[in-house]
Design a protein around this ligand. Structure first.
Ligand SMILES: Cc1cc2nc3c(=O)[nH]c(=O)nc-3n(C[C@H](O)[C@H](O)[C@H](O)COP(=O)(O)O)c2cc1C
Length: 168
């Protein structure tokens, strides 16, 4: 699937085929896409935790209130921010940088035929602390992304809303 199709077909997937492992090259392709996201001052204030271990994945499932789909997901990728990596004129843009990285990752996953779901962490402090503790991060978990082979096919939907656009 090319990028054009992936952006338009991507949906949040919350039901996966259980017991499937994803080739490392595909996971690295998703991570590379994330790291290709634009970044204020090109500080790239992020790091990633790939969780394949079923016990760690179960712990993530237990601490995140809206990540039930982790039960069948092949793996989770926790996108974490390094706020201190941004200073001076670019200070504070890290949530945006990380959001761009998450979206790139989701689109790449869809383009490779996988399903994924963004489960929000930051700015919910409890989730930030719990998820950081589970993966052993000193950075700030922004998103927990469940990834797997889809076992549901929510239809692509058009969201273009002309009334949300002002042309000057
Ligand atoms: C910041 C953010 C946090 C989200 N958190 C969750 C979550 O915790 N659990 C979940 O199932 N979906 C979560 N979602 C997915 C949204 O519910 C989903 O993107 C939205 O309903 C639109 O559906 P679509 O992704 O299929 O287009 C989150 C999305 C964003 C952008």
């Amino acid at each position: 699937m090319d990028c054009n199709q992936a952006i338009r077909a991507r949906r949040s997937i919350r039901k996966f085929k259980p017991g499937v492992s994803i080739p490392r090259a595909d996971v690295e392709s998703m991570l590379e896409a994330a790291m290709l996201a634009p970044s204020a001052c090109n500080c790239r204030p992020w790091e990633f935790f790939v969780v394949q271990n079923p016990e760690v994945k179960a712990k993530l499932h237990a601490v995140h209130p809206f990540a039930g789909m982790l039960e069948t997901a092949s793996l989770a990728i926790v996108v974490c921010a390094l706020p201190e990596a941004q200073a001076d004129v670019c200070e504070g843009f890290w949530p945006l940088d990380c959001g761009a990285a998450v979206e790139n990752l989701l689109v790449q996953a869809a383009a490779l035929g996988y399903g994924a779901c963004w489960c929000g962490c930051w700015p919910r402090q409890e989730r930030v602390e719990d998820v950081a503790r589970v993966v052993g991060a000193k950075s700030v978990p922004v998103a927990l992304i469940s990834v797997g082979v889809p076992d549901e096919e929510p239809p692509a939907r058009g969201f273009y809303q002309a009334d949300k656009v002002t042309w000057l």
